[in-house]
Design a protein around this ligand. Structure first.
Ligand SMILES: [Zn+2]
Length: 242
């Protein structure tokens, strides 16, 4: 099929789906590229503005599955790419957030390359409330294992709060916490986002135990539940005063 026609159909279907399942959903603050919206709408919450019975209205969460397309990230022992794991967890986390009526966008929902500036632009243009990037640690001494939640050096109080609460969410899913810490290197997505931002290294690909949960669907689903639980907890904590 002609690519333009196919693309138009995808956009129309996505728009139709969005209209069917949402009402009173606020428009994005600024327009994304159409290609972004086509992928984003698939994961829009059913009722983003729900507020009377405990729904979360205080902002948009950006879920950022690391790497993608020509950028595979790091590799596991059996050739599984980091990009595949981050996307699987990101998708599962998106479903969890939708269930909890959290308004969110994914920077990618398929195996495609998205530049770091584009990821940041999606957050900044939509005035996101929280940016959560998903990755896997590559190197480590053999004894190093567990997840790490990172925020930028000098990050806001809310970035540190989000990091702590996402770590708590993962611990509640029985994952081992390696560290919650400020990043000494400059990481683009943490430095350039205007909103509170964290990066979750979900485990060490180099550790057989971590890789055991990173590469399996049950493990990925548990990771997603932990991340989503932390995000929801963060939104509850920051609801007052906004
Ligand atoms: Zn990575």
């Amino acid at each position: 099929m002609n690519r333009t026609v196919l693309f138009s159909m995808v956009v129309l279907l996505a728009v139709a789906a969005g209209q069917r399942f949402t009402h009173r959903r606020p428009k994005p603050q600024t327009a994304l590229m159409a290609s972004d919206m086509a992928s984003v709408k698939r994961f829009q919450p059913m009722n983003a503005t729900h507020s009377r019975s405990g729904g979360l209205t205080n902002g948009l969460v950006v879920l950022d599955p690391g790497h993608g397309g020509s950028d595979p990230g790091t590799h596991g022992p059996d050739g599984v790419d980091e990009k595949t794991i981050t996307l699987a967890v990101g998708r599962d986390a998106a479903l969890e957030l939708r269930r909890k009526h959290v308004h969110f966008i994914m920077t990618r929902d398929k195996d495609k390359y998205v530049s770091l500036p584009r990821r940041v632009a999606i957050a900044n243009r939509n005035r996101a409330a929280l940016f959560v990037s998903l990755h896997c640690d590559e190197y480590g001494y053999q004894s190093m294992h567990g997840f790490t939640v990172i925020y930028a050096q000098g990050a806001s109080r809310n970035s540190r709060l989000a990091a702590r609460l996402i770590a708590k969410g993962l611990e509640e899913q029985h994952f081992y916490c390696h560290a919650v810490r400020a990043e000494t290197r400059h990481l683009y997505v943490l430095d350039k986002t205007n909103c509170p931002a964290v990066l979750v290294e979900m485990g060490f690909m180099s550790d057989p135990g971590d890789f055991g949960y990173l590469r399996t669907r049950p493990g990925q689903h548990r990771l997603a539940q932990g991340v989503a639980r932390g995000i929801v907890s963060y939104l509850h904590h920051t609801k007052r005063g906004r």
